[in-house]
Design a protein. Structure first.
Length: 363
């Protein structure tokens, strides 16, 4: 789909252009609502469990998994659910791997707190669930909660927008992905400017690749406040339909992304870029020991599963702490984390995790 562009004076030249805009918007909305129910309504309770077949859906575009694919907790994870304490061990003296942060780096000087979703869908996350001003007010309150829990570390507000969404049908040239328009991204940038927030552009490649998707986003990534997220869950490297099974990225894919961001930062003389990598199973990211850390890109391995606190902590330990890369992230689901009489983890509980997450995302 050809991106929609506004003229310099933000006016349209003809009625036909208006019709083109309306048609393009309708096409995107149809793609976003292809199967009506989204991650917040349909993610499997096992999203944070290892070695399962049912995917934790993060878009409104993915078909429901077959009924017989529901995962079962492994014995050690089941034991963790029953016995895991609500606090973690004292600080282990962890220091961040990789090069010393360059001037202008956000981490670890600030903790990032992001609202996630797509502004065209109320069912893909809080970013699009409420009117803009109400959403930003909720973000303000969440930031205040974190400031109270950790008065020492400044908070950097962020909006994390899905700008390439995985699809349940072979749309968009058979790639099982739908690209949002430039106009949608510009709208998110305008929202973020109201709070001096940084922006993450999140990519679900489907059967496409990062090599195909990232160059189109360079026009935005060259802005100092814009960063990148990549979602391995929907990277169908070996074919298949997103949502039917969990996808994967290898260290080589992540190295491509960091090299791309590094080149952008150098070319435009920017402070270090951030790369958020979603993960909640073993197979989602392979060969982590081969990930190349670069001084002008900061990598966050982000725990992206949902469930009760003990299960989320167990997943963080297995796939984030036990396979360290650089910085760590943690996701809170306003709806899914409260299913089955469970509850949201508090900022204090997340801060007790080691390594302490420096990127916090709410969906």
């Amino acid at each position: 789909m050809k991106p929609l562009r506004l003229l310099p004076n933000n006016t349209f030249t003809s009625t036909s252009y208006l019709k083109h805009y309306a048609l393009q918007t309708a096409t995107i909305l149809c793609g976003l609502l292809l199967t009506a129910s989204c991650s917040q309504d349909r993610e499997a309770n096992s999203a944070t469990l290892p070695n399962h077949d049912q995917v934790a859906l993060d878009t409104a575009t993915i078909p429901a998994p077959a009924p017989d694919t529901q995962a079962v907790a492994s014995p050690d994870t089941a034991a963790a659910l029953a016995t895991a304490p609500e606090t973690t061990a004292p600080d282990t003296g962890y220091t961040y791997p990789g090069p010393k942060p360059l001037p202008g780096a956000i981490l670890p000087h600030k903790r990032i707190l992001a609202y996630y979703g797509n502004p065209l869908s109320k069912r893909m996350g809080i970013l699009g669930e409420y009117p803009v001003d109400e959403m930003l007010s909720k973000l303000d309150q969440e930031i205040e909660n974190w400031r109270k829990a950790d008065p020492v570390t400044p908070i950097q507000p962020a909006l994390h927008a899905i700008v390439v969404t995985a699809q349940g049908k072979p749309s968009a040239g058979g790639k099982y992905r739908l690209r949002m328009t430039d106009k949608m991204i510009e709208d998110v940038l305008a929202m973020a400017a109201k709070r001096d927030a940084i922006v993450f552009l999140d990519v679900q490649v489907g059967q496409s690749t990062l090599q195909e998707e990232l160059p189109r986003l360079e026009q935005f990534l060259k802005l100092p406040q814009v960063h990148l997220g990549i979602d391995a869950e929907f990277s169908m490297k070996n074919g298949g339909v997103p949502g039917r099974r969990i996808g994967t990225f290898d260290a080589a894919d992540i190295n491509y992304a960091t090299k791309f961001l590094s080149d952008v930062a150098k070319q435009h003389n920017l402070p270090p870029k951030l790369l958020i990598v979603h993960r909640f199973t073993q197979g989602m990211i392979t060969n982590t020991e081969n990930i190349t850390l670069r001084p002008d890109v900061q990598v966050v391995m982000h725990m992206d599963g949902w469930g009760p606190p003990a299960l989320k902590k167990d997943t963080f330990r297995r796939y984030i702490k036990n396979e360290p890369v650089q910085f760590t992230g943690f996701k809170i689901f306003y709806k899914n984390d409260t299913k089955n009489n469970s509850r949201l983890m508090t900022p204090e509980e997340v801060l007790a995790l080691k390594p302490t997450p420096m990127y916090i995302q709410y969906q």
